[in-house]
Design a protein around this ligand. Sequence first.
Ligand code: IVH
Length: 678
Amino acid sequence: MSTSKELDELRRLIKHHDHLYHVLDAPEIDDASYDALVRRLRQLEAYCADETPVDSPTQRVSGTARHDFVKITHRTPMLSLDNGFEVADIESFDQRLREALALSSSDPLISYSAEPKMDGLAISLLYQEGRLVRAATRGDGAVGEDVTAQVRTIAGLPGRLRGDSYPNEIDIRAEIYMTRQGLLELNQQMQQQGKRLFANPRNAAAGSIRQLDPQVTASRPLALVCHGVAYPQGTQAAAVCHSDWLNWLAEWGLPLSSERQLVRGAAGCLAYYQQLLDKRAGLPYEIDGVVYKVDRIQDQQRLGFSSRAPRWAVAHKFPAIEVVTEVEAIDIQVGRTGALTPVARLIPVAVAGVVVRNVTLHNFQELQRKDIRPGDDVVVRRAGDVIPEIVRLAAPAEPRQLLLTLPSHCPVCGAQVIQLEGEAAARCAGGLVCPAQRRETLQHFASREAMNIDGLGEKLIDQLLQAELVRDVADLYRLERAALLRLERMGEKSADNLLQAIERSKSVALDRFLYALAIREVGVATARQLARHFVALEPIMNASIAELRVIPDIGPVVAARIDAFFREAHNRAMIGRLLDAGVSCYWQQQPVTHQQRSQEGLAGKTVVLTGTLVSMTRQEARAQLELLGAKVTTSVSRTTAMVVAGSDPGSKYAQAQALGIPIVDEPALLQLLGGEKI
Ligand code: IVH
C-alpha cells in the first residue's frame, strides 16, 4: 500500500473506531489495538512530506455528542492525554519538558502529580456557590451532553461542597467508573435479563450515564474520582500546585483517588508506574495506566496545550491483558431459564494470573458477529475480575470449520428452540422437562443466597437426577437415607450431613425462598423488596400486577414475570409440595444498625409525602413524623432528606428520582415510625 493510501485508510479506521467507542459505547477493538493504530498514524504523519490535515484524528479529541441529551458547550474544553508506553517515552517526555522550561541539569527534578488512569468515563462537574449545578460528558471535547440528573444519583458525589473555602464557581474534572465487583454484579443481572453484557468498566459507566431515565442510572453501581479542575479565568492564582487543588477538593468532600502521589523526575514516575502495576490486580477497580501531571501550575501554563492534549501531562499505559489461544470446540449450554449459550472451549491459557478454559459467547448473534469457529486462534482478554471474553478472531483455522448456528431443537432434551422477539437469547421450550434446566434450577435452589443447602453441589445434583431420586426441588425434601447411600461414593456421614442441611433449610427467610424459586428477573435485591413489602408468601402469590408495581424498583417487565410465575399451575403445585414437606418462610426486618440509625435519624430532616398510604392518612403520617422531629414539606428540593411514596405517587416521586433523593415505601416508613427510637 502506498503511504498516502495507508494514511487515508488509518484515518478512516480510527474515526470509525472513535465513533464506536465514544458515541455508540460499543468498541470493536481493545485499547491496545486502537493505540497501535494511532501510533502508526503519528509515525507516518511525522515522516510524510504532506501537511497533516486539521481533521486528522491526531489533531483533535475524538467523540461526538449524542443527540438525545441537551448539548453543553464546555467553557474550558475537555482535552485528551498523550500516551506513553515504554520507559523511553517517559524519559523523553521529562527531558522535553526540562528543555521547554529551560531547566539545566543542575536544576531540581520536576515534581509530578502521579495518579491512576481510571478506566471510566470523563465528566465535568460545575459547582456554583458550592452546589452541583451541572454535569456534562466530554462529547467531542468542546460540546458534551448534559447528564446532571444522571450524575446526581451517584453515591458519594456531594450535591453541596463542605466548608466555605471553595470558589464561587468551579469546574471539576472527574472520572466515573464502576468497581470490578459492581460490574460483575451488573453483568450477572444483564445476563439474567438476556441483555448484552458490558465488555469493560468504561462501557458500563458510559452506558449507565447515557440513560435518559436517571432511575436506571441510580440502580447502577457507579463511583467517581475527581482528578483536576479546569481553571476558569482569574481563579488559577488561588493554587500554586495541582496537588493543592486535589487536597482542597478532598477537603470540600469530593472523592479522590487514594493512590495519588507526588513524585520527582522520570525515575520517580517510573517507580510509581511499577508500584501501581504490581498493585493493579488487587485494586477493586480497573486502571489502564497512570497519569503524570506537572505539579506546578506556573510550569503548566508555560508548557501549554497542543490542540488535543496538555503538554504538561502524559498517560503511561499498562500493557493489555490479552493473550492468543486456540478454540478447541464450541458447545451449547442450556441454562436454568432454557437459554442456549454457545461456549468456547479453549486450549487453557493464563490471562492476568488466571487460567481460562471456557469462555461464553453469550448468544448466537454474538457468535456470528465475532465469527469464531473451532480451530481458530482467538484473542482472549481478562481485565481483573471481569468475565474473560473473546475479543476477536486472531487467525482463522485453515481450512475453516463451519460456523455453529442456532439449532432448531434443544441439544439436551430435543424440545423446540424458540427465539422471542426483542430477546438476545434463544430458549429451549422444554421447561422443567429438560434435564439441563432441571439441573440448573436445582443448583440455584441449593445455592448460598437461596436455600443454602450445604454439600448439595453440581456433581451430587447430577447423581440425584441420574438416579431419578429427584425431579424437582420439592423432591429434595423427600430424600431417604437408604436411597442416598446407594449412590456412588456416598458415605454415611455425607448422607447424614446432606439430610441435616436439607432439614435446616426448611426454615428459611422469605426473601431467600422467593429468590430460590428462580422467577425470571427476580434477583436477591428484588426478592428482598418483595419480602419487605408483602411480609408473607401468600399475598405475593396472589398479588396483581398493579399491587406489585407499588414497589418502586419493580417495573412492568418484572411485575409481569412474577405474575406469570405464580399464575402457572405447576409452579403453585410445586410450592404447595414444598410447604407440605415442612418448608416454612419467615420474615423479620433486618435489625437497624447503629450507622443506619444515625443516617436515618429523622430529627431536623425534611421529609415529603406523596401518594396514598394504606395504614394511615397523610395527616397522621405527618403528625407522627413531626413528633420525631422531622419537618414535613410539600415540595421536593435538594434539601429534602427523604420522600415517602405511597401508592400512585405524584410528580414528586419523579422529582426525587431526578435529584437522587432516597425514596422509601410505606412499610419502611412504618419501620421508621414504629421501630426503635431513632
Ligand atoms: S487528566 C487535560 N487524570 O483519561 C487532561 N485524566 O485519555 C485531562 N482519565 O479524558 C485528563 N484518569 O477522562 C486525567 N487521573 C486522571 C485520569 C484521566 C482517567 C481519563 C480522562 C481523559 C482520558 C484521556
